[in-house]
Design a protein around this ligand. Structure first.
Ligand code: NAD
Length: 971
């Protein structure tokens, strides 16, 4: 191919060519350019366009490379994209890859392809589906599109060469479908419902396709959807109605390590049923996403680490497909000339007709490659996205990324001028040459001693079975009595309080002993006796205790999750995350304690040693809330204990059985008697008694502002005989706020806000409760937000796939319902969900209020339930002022694509944990040390490196090392 045959995308001419060329030369410019293109559809006015352009590409801020700066200067600055014309220019650029959304335009382009001998498959683009209404709409669009173009295509006079296979003609109308767009509530824990719902929406599409003689292809998306896609495919095409028609196929991704297993499974499936299916073999378009996501979650990375490995696997699987053309039809989705050549060579070797399979390439790309492949008498199909050009930009940006990615074949060939021999090298040889494997993350996280416990991957059937079995097993032991534990001995009490399942108040999870001040005193005495020896125990041994505790929790993960489901009403994912966080606290604080146990030199001077080290504070009481029943209790207790203190553990009155379970695990891990004592019972009496006690040295409290302030005040009073000033580690409530800027990515903002506000029924301390939306996108955003919230599944937490469960108890239910009732005097009740009509459960209908005034109770007071208050802001200044007008400062967030506004939020929004362009809940130990200030807490950070220091006292030891003028050299 010479320069004259450069594909249009890479031509050096024109606006797009110039930008692409710059983007390939300058990483920073590439990122800025893509981000600008990404936000463009959301910008309502040309002044907004100009502002963003300046923020992203204003040469001062963009830190462009000198070469690019010169290039831009030569091109007359950035004037080529300034002003109102920019949208039309980018739209025109998008038109290189997308077919638009008007049936007429679409048909015109498809006809041109047809006349050139190119077959096509049509894919509908659109925003991410965040609600059931949007999923329904997507189905409608498919049906409408088929109706609009199907009959005319059937009338086209001659057949297109690429639709003539060696086995006969293939359907000219070919549609590609993304299953994730057919159902908004795919939940890893509940694939069965997803299969059912998706099949339900597919049936009318398949019926219509069968009627029109169309071909339906399932696209393959992210790994999380892979098994689901395969299951839906094999379920629906096994149904008698669709067992023969319409013609069907699906994409498979060679960059996945388990692609070969899946492909072999599919081939057997097709062979057994004599159902011909087309497999579109691609390398896969989500490599970065899969790699980053699995690293973030500490899951095995599903994709090959290196590009040549994917290329080699593609070749291997190509051969597998060619060897099985008796059962499946092969389609090779690649622009890579080496991959294409490999397919052709293998087909020749196997004596296969070149029309027995097809190649698929993207519309608007690689035209010379397509022409060459057509000349070889092969069949070629263009992948044609249709949809509004500007909103289709997300897709477009992904294409841009591919074009400029360092390893993309086209980029290498046409822009970087890599030699022909290099490009055609056998990928297997490159794999061998590239040993060893690159590190899994840039930060080298795997070399660090602490590693977060991965959340359970419930897409795995084994994991689902495990939790299901744990729930069954737990039910066999419900209703037991859980005594106090003092000095390792069970202590029975006169009163016992039942702990009830929030989803069924008739189900008693267990009975908790009700301690009194008498037992509180006994626990204190036990702790006091045990503490000195524990303080002298080597820090390494204390750390090892926590590591054993972590291991036991790992062993019992499913059982502990099951308990959180039944006692706290957490859904599967939330329960599992609570256990994972508890494990993290143990492992993390163990590693920090090992670190802190080494004395540190404060400053070096000759002849004198100055060392700082830590002493435990002494005796403490750990007072925990119910909303992270295992994690928070474990976090505070493990920090106190590993630091050498002895404690009295006071779990929440709502989740005492989990508290008792933690006590058991502490003992099993080998904590010495008296170091940890369990005291369940009414906090108002026993915990308050201990807080005021002169022998208590510290209080670790997490809970409401009301109780926290009382504790803070009580602890400030020094009593006769008190040895130490009491230290209060105090984490309280929040009224967390999130700003949705006028240029926010609504797909992300809607899902992030819904998850933040309604996850665990809004009962997370980090939950979103004040949402401030800039007026430009207000109406559209609220409409989508309500539709998304209305799509969430509500029910008992133990049913997999439930998002919203019951609130913690009857009292909370009544309290929140009363707030909702009263709130209607203050603001507009814009939406309320429908909860199951079950009098035994404590459901509160999730609720959204709009037009909430800043002075109202709804705006100011913590509700701690599924109630979201929305307020409109004129501009960003007002939004920030509203956000900051709160007594609390716990979590906060902002969805924005304006670098300037993002900076402002970073500098100005008052909160302990700020999240930008993501949900505001789900802090991870070490990654996001958690805690707030103002009336949200004393500024401590659970899960942070400094946290343990709150449980210790620093000491400095100075020793004069001079002996008559002689100092040892190492001092
Ligand atoms: P709560 O304040 O009612 O109870 C917390 C604990 O304090 C319980 O164990 C309770 O028995 C005990 N307690 C009650 N009265 C007491 C008294 N007079 N003296 C001593 N102890 C007493 O809180 P809750 O309902 O269990 O938890 C929800 C609250 O916790 C919310 O306000 C939430 O925002 C907050 N929270 C904050 C964080 C954070 O990290 N900042 C985390 C989780 C929960």
């Amino acid at each position: 191919m010479d320069a004259a045959e450069l594909p249009s995308v890479f031509s050096k001419k024109g606006f797009y060519g110039a930008m692409m060329e710059w983007a390939m030369k300058d990483e920073h410019f590439k990122t800025q350019l893509f981000r600008f293109v990404d936000v463009l559809p959301a910008l309502a006015s040309s002044s907004e366009v100009a502002r963003h352009l300046q923020e992203y590409l204003g040469t001062e801020e963009a830190h462009l490379s000198p070469a690019l700066r010169m290039g831009l200067k030569a091109a007359g600055g950035a004037s080529w994209i300034v002003g109102a014309g920019v949208k039309s220019q980018v739209t025109a650029m998008a038109g290189t890859f997308l077919l638009g959304d008007q049936p007429k335009e679409i048909l015109r382009t498809l006809r041109q392809l047809h006349d050139q001998g190119l077959a096509f498959t049509v894919d509908i683009l659109g925003e991410a589906v965040v609600s059931e209404a949007e999923a329904e709409h997507y189905v409608r669009r498919y049906l409408d599109l088929m109706d609009a173009i199907g009959p005319e295509i059937a009338q086209w006079p001659h057949s297109c060469k690429s639709n003539e296979s060696s086995a006969g003609p293939v359907p000219p109308l070919n549609l590609s479908i993304k299953l994730s767009a057919l159902y908004s509530q795919v939940h890893p824990a509940d694939p069965d419902t997803a299969v059912e719902q998706i099949c339900g929406r597919l049936r009318p599409i398949l019926r219509q396709a069968a009627k029109l003689g169309a071909f339906i292809n399932f696209d393959m998306e992210s790994y999380a959807h892979k098994n689901l896609t395969l299951r839906v495919f094999q379920t629906i095409f096994a149904e008698p109605e669709f067992a023969r028609h319409p013609a069907c196929g699906l994409a498979m991704q060679a960059y996945l390590k388990d692609c070969e297993t899946d492909l072999r499974g599919l081939i057997s499936w097709a062979r057994e049923r004599s159902r011909r299916v087309t497999v579109r073999l691609v390398k896969g378009a989500y490599w970065d996403y899969e790699t980053i996501l699995s690293q973030q979650r500490h899951w095995p990375v599903p994709v090959f680490a290196r590009k040549p490995e994917s290329d080699a696997n593609f070749e291997k699987l190509s051969l597998l497909l060619l060897e099985n053309t008796t059962a499946v039809d092969a389609a090779f989705g690649t622009h890579n000339v080496r991959s294409i050549a490999y397919v052709l060579a293998q087909a020749d070797r196997l004596g296969l007709d070149r029309r027995a399979f097809e190649f698929q390439m993207l519309y608007g790309m690689a035209e010379p490659v397509k022409a060459a492949v057509l000349q070889l008498k092969c069949r070629v199909r263009d992948y044609c996205p249709v949809g509004e050009l500007l909103p289709g930009i997300a897709y477009f940006v992904r294409r841009l990324l591919e074009n400029t990615s360092n390893e993309g074949f086209l980029a290498n060939k046409f822009s970087k001028g890599v030699s022909r021999d290099e490009l055609l090298q056998d990928p297997r040889r490159l794999v061998v040459a590239a040993q060893p494997e690159p590190p899994r993350s840039a930060s080298g996280a795997e070399t660090r001693p602490f590693r977060n416990e991965p959340c359970t991957d419930f897409t795995l059937g084994l994991e689902r079975d495990r939790l299901r079995a744990a729930l069954v097993e737990l039910r066999r032991h419900l209703g037991r009595r859980h005594p106090l534990v003092i000095n390792h001995k069970p202590v029975q009490t006169r009163d016992w309080s039942p702990s009830l399942n929030p989803a069924n108040q008739n189900e008693i999870v267990g009975y908790a002993a009700q301690g009194t001040t008498v037992e509180a005193e006994a626990a204190l005495a036990a702790a006091r006796a045990a503490q000195p020896k524990w303080a002298r125990t080597k820090a390494g041994d204390r750390a090892a205790l926590l590591e054993r505790l972590a291991d036991l929790m790992r062993r019992d993960k499913a059982a502990l999750s099951a308990l959180a489901v039944l006692e706290a009403g957490k859904n599967w994912g939330e329960a599992d995350a609570d256990v994972a966080e508890a494990i993290d606290f143990c492992d993390f604080y163990a590693s920090i304690m090992r670190d802190l146990s080494r004395s540190r030199r404060t400053q070096w001077v000759p002849g004198e040693s100055n060392l700082q080290h830590w002493w435990p504070r002494g005796l403490g009481v750990v007072i925990a809330p119910w909303n992270f029943p295992l994690a928070i209790l474990t976090g505070m207790a493990s920090a106190a204990v590993v630091a050498g203190n002895a404690i009295i553990l006071k779990p929440s009155d709502q989740t005492p059985v989990i508290g008792a379970r933690l006590m058991d695990l502490f003992m099993e891990a080998g904590v010495p008697p008296g170091v940890v004592n369990l005291l369940t019972g009414p906090g108002r009496q026993i915990a308050a008694h201990l807080v005021a006690h002169p022998q208590i040295d510290f209080i670790a409290f997490t809970g409401s502002m009301e109780v926290g302030l009382k504790i803070w005040e009580t602890a400030g009073r020094t009593l006769a005989g008190q040895a130490n000033l009491k230290k209060v580690i105090c984490e309280m409530g929040g009224k967390n706020c999130l700003i949705v800027d006028s240029d926010a990515d609504l797909d992300e903002a809607v899902t992030g806000c819904v998850a933040s506000a309604f996850g665990y029924q809004g009962q997370k301390c980090s939950a979103l409760s004040r949402l401030i939306v800039l007026e430009d996108q207000y109406d559209k955003f609220i409409e989508r937000l309500i539709a998304a919230a209305g799509s969430l599944r509500i029910g008992p937490a133990e049913v997999p796939g439930t998002i919203i469960g019951p609130v913690i108890n009857r009292e909370a239910q009544q309290r929140i319902q009363a707030i909702i009732q009263a709130g209607q005097q203050e603001a507009r009740l814009a939406w309320q969900g429908i909860v199951p009509n079950d009098p035994a459960a404590c459901y509160v209908a999730p609720t959204i209020f709009t037009g909430v005034p800043a002075s109202s109770r709804l705006f100011r007071e913590e509700i701690f339930g599924p109630v979201l208050a929305v307020t409109k802001a004129r501009d960003f200044d007002e939004a920030l002022a509203l956000a900051n007008s709160s007594d609390f400062a716990l979590t906060g967030g902002c969805y924005s694509r304006s670098p300037v506004n993002i900076d402002r939020v970073k500098n100005e929004l008052a909160c302990g944990n700020l999240y930008i362009n993501r949900s505001i809940t789900g802090a991870v130990v070490e990654r996001q040390p958690f805690g707030g200030f103002k009336m949200s807490g004393g500024g401590t950070k659970a899960g942070g490196v400094e946290y343990l220091q709150n449980f210790m006292l620093p000491r400095v030891i100075t020793e004069n090392c001079l002996r008559r003028g002689f100092a040892p050299t190492d001092e």
